[in-house]
Design a protein around this ligand. Sequence first.
Ligand SMILES: [Zn+2]
Length: 223
Amino acid sequence: MALWRKRPKRKKRLWGFLLIVVVAALVVSFRLVEKIGPEKKPGDRFTVKRVIDGDTVELLGGDRLRLLSVDTPEKGEKLHDEAMYLLADVAQGKPARIEFGKNRRDRYGRLLGYLYVDDTLLVNKMIVDSGMAYVYLFEDADLGRPEVKSILNAQRGAMARHAGLWSIKRAPEPYYIATEHSFRLHRPSCKSVTDLKPGHFRRFATREEGLAEGLSPCRNCKP
Ligand SMILES: [Zn+2]
């Protein structure tokens, strides 16, 4: 009889102990989720705290994320504010998932990745689709990556609809130039391309022809 009475007490203590362990584990894992170092990858879930500009957000915990493969207008340029408001509208305050690129961070310490909110909405693509950003690729871009493919398709759609940036009229050049293996498109007068010898660059009849291939406007000559 005495033994039978003791057991429930022990069980109660055990359950209490387990409860403490579970709560502690939850607290620890929550902190890991919000504080991602280069080595930690607990499901790569975050909360978007605020928007810095059209292609950069700050995450809860302080990390900044630069959206990969896209480029929105700089401060002072047309549609800068609109791109920022759009990003805030879609992502601010939301739990998010990030798919990282080859390098998790850039030289400024910012995270680099593809941002998903509402489970499946690829924010990088949405901004390009709305015409608020150009596709922006680097030489080591993985063109077979599904995110890159869908962002490029989104840009072709935005071009066809003359959405956002694609509605801005620009004085055309006689032709446009890109160096081999580079994703930047230049005016023929741009310093980056004036010294190039024939055979070391690609030539495009129109701006759109180059951008449809995934090139983005050079930040110096701004074609
Ligand atoms: Zn240029």
